[in-house]
Ligand binder design. Sequence first.
Ligand code: PLP
Length: 473
Amino acid sequence: MRRMPKLDPTSDEFRAAGHKLIDWIGDYLDGVDRYDVLSRVKPGDVEKQFAAKPSAAGRPYDALLADVGDKIMPGMTHWNHPAFFAYFSITGSQAGILAELLTAALNANGMIWRTSPSLTELETVTLRWLAEALGLPNDLFGIINDTASINSFLALAAAREQAAPEIRTRGFSAAPNLRVYCSEHAHSSIEKGALALGFGIDGVVKIAGDARFAMNADALEAAIVRDRAAGFVPCAISATVGTTSSAAIDPVKRIAEIAKRENAWLHVDAAYAGPATICPEFRWLWDGVEAADSIVINPHKWLFTPIDCSVLYTRKPDVLRATFSLVPEYLKTTDTAEVNFMDYGLQLGHRFRALKLWYLFEHYGLERLQSVIRGHIADAARLAAELQKRDDVELIAPQSLSVVVFRKVVRNADGSIDESASERASIEALERMNASGRLFVSHTRLANRYGIRVAIGNGATEWEHVARVLEYL
Ligand code: PLP
């Protein structure tokens, strides 16, 4: 009888290659500080090393690992590097890597409860743990998706459903006057989500920030009064707890009062800053959050979980479900489980990301996670203090959590600041830092000032890494 060819006849090769790969990863993590943080390759350098077609006969794992070293690693920017301070570093961990391996091995798709009960139920458990660890209300429904951008999109879709359920049948023409409000410093994903949902650019109202780059709640109120008078209806307000540029904290409590009065959905984007509240002394960040209809938190930004892992909490799961549930015949079941994740979002497929959170919580424990996050914030405060000792540098935003934003200052003869020379000097300093390979920082612009932005978030970062910023000024 002819035997069907098998992809992997035995697990022998897998075991041998797997042990080598784990050792390779261990060496990489131990030695990551030896790499340039920012890759030095030029566009196309990586691509041209690869053949036009994949191998016909296949290649052994050893040859692939050699190619990883020779062809792929030079084109890697090292997000695992303890001196990666750009954007919000994606803070992996050894526990997270192991859990990813296990996730791939189990290869489960949690679209409905029966397609892996453990997936659905561990997600429920770990998100209850996370809410408890962060001091969030205990009545929230949670779901893990890939990114904050997608989660904010889902939240805005639920807001739209709440404001005008007739849109589900008749499309946006049924309620063309809905508006979304966020601060000028909100992440672009809020506007992008609103665009994708059909609110239109004109449907997103950007509210001015105050001197600390937090949303000005008076300006929000004034904008809503203006819009109401013109026939618009506030549908959602998105507040940010920890803005991208400077980790500014919007006044959620005041914004919540306005949202309540206007009957608008309150979304809180705490993608970056949410994890800080694992330390009780930062729970004040949640002031007013009990009124939030949805909250997004990214463990893959600042809770040592390899990308991707973004959590959406809502106290209105029924609205989220009403927005997205559409069950084809082949997915109907008689199971009594309450949650089928496919009903709460756009995607059908659902990865077993909860394993990463479970590994993280159980392996490190809350106290270790708290102490690492406290260390990041203390190092940011120390950096800000060191920078403030210099007269050729100024902070352009108050230091907040693990983010420091500053610029080089060049003065005119009369002591006033030469704006364009300051910008040039700041760009040069940033380029010196990044060209060194020893650290990687990014930039922003606040109140029209160019700023070098340092965001600390890697589990291996120590003060000596942060201090590198000072060496290139
Ligand atoms: N929200 C905030 C405050 C962010 O800073 C970012 C990214 O930096 C996002 C949302 C988008 O995150 P994601 O890449 O998970 O979509």
